[in-house]
Design a protein. Structure first.
Length: 410
């Protein structure tokens, strides 16, 4: 019963008719039901067994068996008993931070990040290497040197609970040599090196590979905070802008794994001529403008917490990027009924907030006749969304239902 003026209990606010949240009491389905319970606890926080039974439609006995098994495996932890109801006090169960660990590797055009996260997505340790351009050899050497330090950050009993390595990287890196000033011969090595197999042999772990912006969108699904829209388009600002698409609460990767690669979308440029979105709304556009003005842009790639950019240059870039985003959003919204658009990137949170606000304003200056405009919101994961999204891939593959952040397994 809900007291007037108070929020409804969580179980009353969850759509229990959602087929994704329905379990089965048939034998042989324990693994699927375990994933279902872990997914619910990740999405909604601590829940009592009775709440899970009500949400999923599983019998109380089935839920008890599942929860006991997950607790014995170290994946769940018990909360304090909740009293005040008739009968035995209920005990909320939540995910155990030390239940499992995952590596995430982001291979970027200007830097590589390797992180170790716990079962809640909390960073245990993160290491970074900045370079002029990426080569397979440099990335493998970075992982080989860094992986032992990350493993050593865990106590010995926990080192056996590392569940996999996810890799977030741009696809077809050899096609971007001119944009990043890299030698074609060195970048062509990406055509022939099987980076997935090399990392699997190096780490002894299952390795999953995914487009970097798609992985960042997956991080929003798995580790994001606040309300998660069912249908949203996601933009991530790195060297180039990339994106991800979520439909009906699921990450949509497409046939080749590169769905919602928003960079090539045609949008009007500052002069009114049509150009690609990544030519008007990428960090590389800002960096090029800074270099032309005699300002070094190196610090943009080295860290994300503070930018030192001339106000006029920054203001012009924000306006240009926001206009490009607005046109891209209008095109997407005309095709798909989007509930929201989320904007994130390798940038200070104050810049992200300003870009989000300007994008909202630019969208509402366009002709929206026949369009239900989506809400324009900031992402909740932040600058490290790509590397955290990489770590979310093996977590999702092993423990979550429907594998929202699926990738290619070795």
């Amino acid at each position: 019963m809900t007291v007037p003026g108070e929020a409804a209990p969580l179980v009353d606010r969850i759509n229990t008719d959602d087929p994704v949240l329905r379990g089965t009491n048939q034998s042989g389905m324990r693994a699927q039901n375990e994933r279902l319970v872990l997914t619910l606890l990740r999405q909604h926080g601590a829940l009592a067994k009775s709440d899970i039974a009500r949400i999923t439609g599983l019998s109380a006995q089935t839920v008890s068996v599942i929860m006991r098994a997950l607790e014995n495996d170290g994946l769940l932890s018990r909360g304090a008993p909740q009293r005040g109801r008739i009968g035995q006090p209920s005990i909320p169960m939540s995910l155990a931070a030390d239940g499992a660990y995952f590596f995430g590797l982001k291979i970027g055009r200007r830097s590589a990040d390797l992180t170790l996260v716990d079962f809640l997505g909390q960073v245990v340790r993160l290491e970074r290497q900045v370079y002029r351009y990426p080569t397979p050899g440099a990335v493998v050497d970075f992982v080989a040197a860094t992986l032992p330090r990350l493993i050593a950050a865990l106590p010995p009993p926990a080192q056996g609970r590392i569940g996999g390595l996810g890799v977030a990287m741009p696809f077809q890196l050899w096609n971007w040599v001119q944009s990043i000033g890299a030698p074609q011969a060195e970048m062509d090595a990406w055509r022939h090196r099987d980076i997935q197999a090399e990392l699997a042999a190096l780490s002894g772990l299952p390795v999953f590979v995914q487009n970097d912006a798609t992985a960042a969108c997956g991080a929003e699904l798995v580790f994001g905070t606040g309300e998660r829209p069912k249908d949203f388009l996601y933009f991530y600002f790195g060297t180039f802008i990339g994106g991800g698409l979520v439909l009906n609460g699921q990450l949509f990767t497409g046939r080749s794994g590169n769905a919602a690669g928003v960079g090539p979308m045609p949008v009007p440029g500052p002069d009114g001529k049509i150009q690609r979105l990544f030519d008007t709304a990428s960090m590389s556009v800002l960096a090029d403008a800074m270099e032309r003005a005699g300002q070094s842009a190196d610090h943009l790639w080295a860290q994300h917490s503070e930018w030192h950019v001339a106000p006029a240059l920054l203001d012009d870039w924000l306006d240009t990027a926001a206009r490009g985003l607005a046109h891209a959003i209008l095109s997407a919204a005309a095709l798909i009924e989007l509930e929201a658009v989320l904007i994130d990137g390798w940038m200070p949170t104050s810049i992200r907030a300003a870009l989000t606000q300007r994008t909202h304003e630019a969208l509402h200056r366009l002709d929206l006749a026949g369009i239900d405009p989506p809400a324009i919101r900031e992402g909740t994961v932040g600058a490290n969304a790509r590397v955290l999204g990489a770590a979310a891939i093996p977590l999702s593959q092993r423990y979550l239902i429907d594998q929202n952040a699926s990738g290619r397994d070795t």
